[in-house]
Design a protein around this ligand. Structure first.
Ligand SMILES: *Cc1c(COP(=O)(O)O)cnc(C)c1O
Length: 426
């Protein structure tokens, strides 16, 4: 079934460390070897061996309207015929910037970069430069890309591979990052009592999405807002995953908490490499060339990526999110019913188009400690059984599943039938 993928992987192992350009792709979390894909159409993926899959990975989020979404293909093709890069200003940068600033409540100015990691790395430098403080507060199991200051007790691939904090991160830098349990309001109060005047910023995924999907408990984001304001620290929402995934204005619109700075990525590039960070004009104007804090990028604001991102975001409205939410609800309710039928303990978390199901008897999963107690071996077995049935979930128990605007109840019903068959035998 996966002959050509297996051959390609053997070749890849000779050329690329671990055969992949990003660790989670290597299937280390579920065993076996990765599937190599050739094309995608709507909610479907096609691999090298001609197998067809219903996809719930969505390129880790960006494929919000599914694969080969016509407006994106058209915009990127048209732009490619004009120029793929200038390294100089062009109008499409303004179109996307304007769309981001008018959609996300706390944004007045935005700067484009090429990945989520670049966005969080840059926003941390900005926060440190503005406050003239070094300490950063983050939350265990949240993932903010692989910049040195943020690769401390992180989620996503770091969690999947069971890695401790990475070698190569200078100890002196890691010591400036304080990591607290997600959703722990008291821990936030304590850290500010102890270190308040030294904390440059709190960075948080306003809905955690890199240890599965974990929504904030009531009052958590509000407390972050209160404490940072009280102590002259900045509040950063890392909305690289949640931006345009859960609402036009992201999680900050949904929970009505306004951060000082916001990072975006994934959906914002429509499947092309894009990141962005922004905030009030006052804060953002501290960046070079008008301010003293340096940040740059040869390909930043790349016209191909801007055109792709703009075409995708331009297709979205509040109606879209209502339908996405409804479809996700239909799916998660279906999963809950099937699990009950086969007496399998499952805990399901979801927010609009992102969700996760944890194999666990715990009644709730609301932080990293809970996630650690879930049965990842059972997920691995589930993953491979589903793959055999033509359903592609993330090759890790700790990643979210995503529903797109291209999925219909037809694909979801097929997926639920596969769930029924697989859970019966788990
Ligand atoms: C994916 C992700 C990142 C990193 O983005 P890359 O484009 O992979 O560098 C950062 N923060 C969050 C919340 C993410 O989900």
């Amino acid at each position: 079934m996966h002959k050509r993928s297996a051959e390609a992987y053997q070749r890849a192992l000779q050329l690329i460390p671990g055969g992949v350009n990003s660790p989670v792709r290597a299937f280390k979390g579920v065993g076996g070897t990765p599937v190599f894909f050739e094309s995608g159409q709507g909610p479907f993926l096609f691999d090298l061996d001609g197998n067809k899959y219903i996809d719930y990975v969505a390129s880790w989020g960006p494929k919000l309207q599914g694969y080969s979404f016509a407006p994106v293909v058209q915009a990127v093709t048209t732009q490619a015929q004009r120029a793929t890069s200038f390294g100089a200003p062009c109008l499409i940068e303004l179109e996307l910037a304007n769309l981001l600033v008018s959609s996300v409540p706390s944004l007045e100015k935005i700067r484009m970069v090429n990945s989520g990691t670049e966005a969080t790395m840059s926003v941390i430098r900005l926060a440190r430069g503005i406050t003239n403080r070094d300490r950063i507060v983050k939350f265990t199991g949240c993932f903010h890309g692989h910049a040195d200051s943020l690769l401390v007790q992180a989620g996503s691939g770091v969690l999947t591979l069971g890695l401790p904090d990475s070698p190569g991160v200078p100890r002196a830098l890691a010591q400036q990052t304080l990591s607290l349990p997600y959703n722990d309001i008291e821990a936030v109060q304590d850290v500010f009592t102890q270190f308040g005047s030294e904390i440059a910023a709190v960075i948080v995924e306003p809905i955690a999405g890199n240890m599965g999907c974990i929504p904030p408990v009531e009052g958590f984001l509000e407390e972050l807002r209160t404490q940072t304001t009280q102590h002259g620290s900045l509040l950063i929402f890392d909305e690289v995953m949640t931006g345009f995934r859960v609402a036009l204005g992201g999680a900050q619109e949904m929970f009505e908490v306004s951060p000082d700075l916001t990072t975006l990525g994934k959906v914002v590039g429509g499947g092309l490499p894009v990141g962005a960070f922004g905030g009030s004009a006052e804060l953002m104007d501290q960046l070079a060339p008008i301010g003293p804090i340096y940040q740059s990028g040869t390909l930043s604001g790349n016209p191909l990526a801007m055109a792709g991102g703009f075409a995708l975001l331009n297709s979205l409205d509040t109606d879209f999110y209502d339908k996405l939410d409804e479809l996700t609800g239909y799916f998660t309710n279906g999963i809950r019913d099937v699990a009950k039928k086969h007496n399998i303990d499952l805990c399901i978390n979801s927010v609009c188009g992102m969700f996760s199901f944890y194999f666990t008897s715990q009644s709730k999963v609301s932080n990293y400690h809970h996630v650690e107690q879930c049965d990842s071996a059972r997920y691995a077995k589930f993953f491979h059984e589903m793959l055999r049935q033509g359903i592609y979930f993330a090759p890790s128990a700790y990643e979210c599943a995503f529903v797109s605007g291209s999925h219909t109840t037809l694909e979801i019903d097929k997926t639920l039938a596969a769930f029924d068959d697989v859970l019966k035998r788990l």
